[in-house]
Design a protein around this ligand. Structure first.
Ligand code: FE2
Length: 393
C-alpha cells in the first residue's frame, strides 16, 4: 500500500473519531437541554436541525471536497457544545435554544473561517531566505544567448510551487504574479511542482504554462514534476503527461526530470522526479554520477559547486544529506492549507519538513507553502507565497 493512501486513511479515521466524539458530546448536551421540557418543546428544534443537515447535502453532489467544509463545521460545533455545556446548560432563553438548534453559531463561524480563508489566498506574499555558503557562488551580471558575465555577490533563486492553477488565480492575476517575480531579476527560477492538477482542464493547463512561460530569469526557468502535474488523479483525463511536458518545452521552460544542470556561477541544480512517481526515480548518488558524466567533470569538481536539489515532496532529505547536497527546495505540504491538517503532518512526520527553512548539518532545507491552494480557494493555515533564496557568502 502506498504512503499517500495510508495518509488518506489516517485522515478519514481522524474525521470518523471526531464525528463519533461530536455526536457523543452533542447527545449529552441535548439531554441537559431537554430536562426542562415544559418550557421548550424539542420537536421544532429537531425539525430545524434536520433541515439544516440537509442543507449540507449539496456539498456531496458538488464536490467530494465537502468533507473539509463539513469537518470544520463539526469542529466548531463541538467547541460550541463544550461552551454551552459549561456555561449555558441551564439557559431558559428561547432565542438561545433556537440559535443552538439551528446550528447558528458554528454555521457563522464556519462561513467566516472560509471567507477569511479565501481572502488569504488572494494576498500573495514574498518570502526571502539567505543561505550562506563557503563555496564560491557568483551573481549573474548579464546574460544573453551568446555570453554570460558574473560578478561578486550572491546568486538569486526564485522558487514557486503548488499553484494548482486555476484554483486561486485566473490568467490576469497569474500574469500579475509573473510580472512581480520578473521584477526580482532572478538568476534562476524553479517551478517546484504541482503547477496544475486533476481539476485543471486542458485549456487551463495550456493557459497556465503559457503565462508561466513569460517568467524571465538570467540563467533560465526550470520545472520539476509534482504529484499532481501528470494528471494522474483525474478519473477521466483530457490530457496526458507528455502534453504537459510539450507545453513547458514550447514555452521555454526546461523540464528537469531526474537531471542536473551546471551553471557558470557555481550552482549545480538537480531536479528530481516526484517521490511518488510509479516509474521510480534515481537516487541522489546516481543523479550526481549522471551529472558528472553529462558535464564531463569529476565528482570532486562538482562538489565545488553549491548543489541545489529541487524535489517537489519534502521527503528523502536524509538521502540528499548523505549525498553531500547543500540546499534542497520543496513544496507539496501547502503548510497544511486547512488548519489543523499541517499539525497532523508535523505530528506524524508525514514530511521531513512542513514549512520554512531548517539547517540540518550541511543541508539547508526550504519548504514553501505554495503559490496557490488545492481543491478550493481557501487557506486557513499559512500564506500563499513565492520564495526568494539568496545563495552566497
Ligand atoms: Fe504535491
Amino acid at each position: 500500500m502506498n504512503f499517500g493512501l495510508i495518509l488518506w486513511y489516517a485522515i478519514l479515521i481522524i474525521i470518523l473519531v471526531l464525528l463519533i466524539l461530536y455526536f457523543y458530546i452533542r447527545f449529552k448536551a441535548s439531554v441537559i437541554f431537554f430536562v426542562d421540557k415544559d418550557k421548550f418543546f424539542p420537536l421544532p428544534g429537531f425539525i430545524i436541525k434536520l433541515v439544516c443537515a440537509f442543507l449540507f447535502l449539496p456539498f456531496l453532489f458538488f464536490t467530494y471536497k465537502w468533507i473539509f467544509y463539513f469537518g470544520m463545521f463539526v469542529i466548531f460545533q463541538m467547541l460550541f457544545d463544550l461552551v454551552v455545556m459549561t456555561f449555558f446548560a441551564n439557559s431558559k432563553k428561547r432565542w438561545f435554544h433556537i440559535l443552538y438548534h439551528i446550528f447558528a453559531v458554528p454555521l457563522i463561524l464556519t462561513a467566516v473561517f472560509f471567507i477569511l480563508g479565501y481572502v488569504n489566498t488572494q494576498n500573495i506574499t514574498r518570502k526571502e531566505y539567505e543561505v550562506l555558503s563557503e563555496k564560491e557562488v557568483l551573481a549573474v551580471s548579464d546574460a544573453s544567448r551568446t555570453f554570460t558575465t558574473y560578478e561578486e555577490g550572491s546568486s538569486k533563486l526564485v522558487m514557486i510551487a503548488d499553484l494548482h492553477y486555476p484554483t486561486t488565480l485566473n490568467e490576469e492575476k497569474l500574469k500579475e504574479v509573473v510580472d512581480r517575480i520578473n521584477k526580482e531579476d532572478a538568476d534562476i527560477i524553479v517551478l517546484c511542482g504541482d503547477m496544475t492538477d486533476e481539476d485543471t482542464s486542458k485549456e487551463k493547463m495550456l493557459e497556465c504554462i503559457r503565462v508561466l512561460g513569460e517568467l524571465d530569469a538570467k540563467l533560465g526557468v526550470f520545472f520539476v514534476w509534482g504529484n499532481h502535474d501528470d494528471n494522474r488523479y483525474n478519473s477521466a483525463p483530457t490530457y496526458e503527461k507528455a502534453e504537459v511536458y510539450e507545453a513547458y518545452k514550447n514555452n521555454g521552460i526546461y523540464v528537469l526530470e531526474d537531471e542536473a544542470v551546471l551553471f557558470g556561477n557555481g550552482i549545480l541544480l538537480v531536479g528530481r522526479k516526484d517521490y511518488s512517481d510509479e516509474s521510480g526515480r534515481k537516487s541522489m548518488e546516481e543523479l550526481l554520477k549522471d551529472a558528472s558524466v553529462k558535464t564531463g567533470r569529476s565528482l570532486e569538481e562538482l562538489y565545488e559547486n553549491v548543489i541545489v536539489v529541487a524535489d517537489h515532496e519534502p521527503k528523502e532529505y536524509a538521502q540528499d544529506k548523505a549525498a553531500g547536497c547543500d540546499i534542497v527546495i520543496s513544496g507539496h505540504t501547502h503548510d497544511g492549507q486547512i488548519w489543523p491538517l499541517g499539525l497532523f503532518s508535523t505530528l506524524f512526520k508525514m514530511n521531513d519538513l512542513t514549512y520554512g527553512m531548517k539547517q540540518d548539518e550541511g543541508l539547508t532545507q526550504i519548504v514553501t507553502s505554495g503559490l496557490g491552494t488545492w481543491g478550493f480557494p481557501v487557506r486557513t493555515a499559512g500564506r500563499c507565497e513565492y520564495v526568494v533564496i539568496n545563495i552566497g557568502e
